[in-house]
Design a protein around this ligand. Structure first.
Ligand SMILES: O=C(O)C(=O)C[C@@H](O)[C@H](O)CO
Ligand SMILES: [Mg+2]
Length: 382
């Protein structure tokens, strides 16, 4: 079998889908994208096709190593997202050829169902109570919210109190019947992370995510020593080589690689195993579409330390399309009270409606995240 063609479709809300075709009619789907840089990743995918067209899609490991190493420069969000989407599609093809879901090819199920969580509130955390109440109706009990709005490197007590008050209100309303992560989203500096973590302690969030920016990962250890709140990060780390420094320095209780940013299934299975050796939980980041989620789930069901899966149903970014809009087998993503069962169909287990994708690609937005600024006019972390 040989790879014959790579076709990319940028589609609403801000995703990109990749179809890889072969000379025997088997196709595989991937979701290579960096939110806000879809066109850049698209160019990277098509540059990688030099290594792929004419090759045997079964040789995933060799194709992965070639895409990663042969171009001399490596790593980073663009290249690793391009590799991720190709890798997902190659696993999809392999599973379809062998008639097995990817988790079977990785050694079989380690659990019968996987716990997921939903976002509440938007870029600026608001209406958290209403958002949680609505999802509670659907049986969800685990959520994630942004922790702050713009926050200065050193900021005032009022800003801290506002952030804490939102969390306090959630706990006051729902008690410990629910769990939630608080995403600092890289908006919080190391000095302010110490302050915020201390003030959030009484409310016992399930985790605090990206307590500082990934480029400040040397602070994870000190922050973890100052709090009992589990610290999580990973969406802006792109390979084993990024994560190894975090494992060596310590501080994280949960790692959250994104299956569409960190080299795909081949790489994230290795990251999960490295994390397990350090007694660190695995909770893939996934604010994206159905192929990204299916890829996450294929790894969740073989990783002993997988604890929680992000999924984008109802997320504030999904304007113009929802998680399953491009999926034929919607029933296979059955989310019941926040739990999801394995996707048992061959490959990734997701059947893409290509006609819908082609139609939607005609209105592909050039999604960008907003540029935030502080009161003094300087750029703020979004
Ligand atoms: O889902 C999360 O945890 C996020 O922090 C969302 C962020 O990753 C956006 O997708 C960036 O555009
Ligand atoms: Mg996040």
């Amino acid at each position: 079998m040989k790879i014959t063609r790579l076709t990319t479709y940028r589609v609403p809300p801000r995703w990109m889908l990749l179809k890889i075709e072969t000379d025997e009619g088997v196709t595989g789907w991937g979701e290579p994208v960096i939110e806000g840089r879809a066109r850049t990743v698209e160019a990277a995918v098509h540059e990688l096709s030099d290594y792929l067209v004419g090759k045997d899609p079964a040789r995933i490991n060799d194709l992965w190593q070639t895409m990663y190493r042969a171009g001399f420069y490596r790593g980073g969000p663009i290249l690793m997202s391009a590799i991720a989407g190709v890798d997902q599609a190659l696993w999809d093809i392999k599973g379809k050829v062998l008639g097995q879901p990817v988790y079977e090819l990785l050694g079989g199920l380690v659990r019968d169902r996987m716990k997921t969580y939903s976002w509440v509130g938007g870029d600026r955390p608001a209406e958290l109570i209403a958002g949680i109440a609505a999802l509670r109706e659907a049986g969800f009990d685990t959520f994630k919210m942004n922790g702050t709005e713009e926050l200065g490197i050193v900021d005032n007590a009022r800003k801290v109190d506002q952030a804490v008050a939102r969390v306090a209100e959630v706990r006051a309303k729902f008690g410990f019947e629910i769990e939630f992560g608080v995403d600092f989203h890289g908006r919080v500096s190391a000095p302010m992370a110490k302050v915020l973590l201390r003030e959030l302690e009484p409310y016992r969030p399930l985790f605090v995510e990206e307590p500082v920016l990934a480029e400040q990962d040397e602070y994870y250890r000190a922050l973890a020593d100052a709090t009992s709140i589990p610290l999580a990060a990973g969406e802006r780390m792109y390979s084993r080589f990024d994560f190894k420094r975090v494992f060596e320095r310590g501080g994280l209780s949960i790692v959250q690689p994104d299956l569409s940013h960190a080299g795909g299934i081949t790489e994230c299975v290795k990251i999960a195993a490295m994390a397990e050796a350090h007694d660190i939980a695995f909770a893939p980041h996934c604010p994206l579409g159905p192929v990204a989620l299916a890829s996450c789930l294929q790894v969740d069901f073989v990783a002993h330390n997988a604890v929680l899966q992000e999924q984008s149903m109802g997320i504030h970014y999904n304007q113009g399309a929802e998680l399953l809009d491009y999926v034929k087998n919607k029933e296979d993503f059955h989310l019941s009270s926040g739990w999801i069962r394995p996707l048992t169909k061959p490959g990734l287990g997701v059947e893409i409606d290509e006609e819908r994708v082609i139609e939607a690609s005609r209105q592909a937005p050039d999604w960008r995240n907003p540029v935030w600024r502080h009161a003094d006019g300087s750029v703020a972390e979004w």
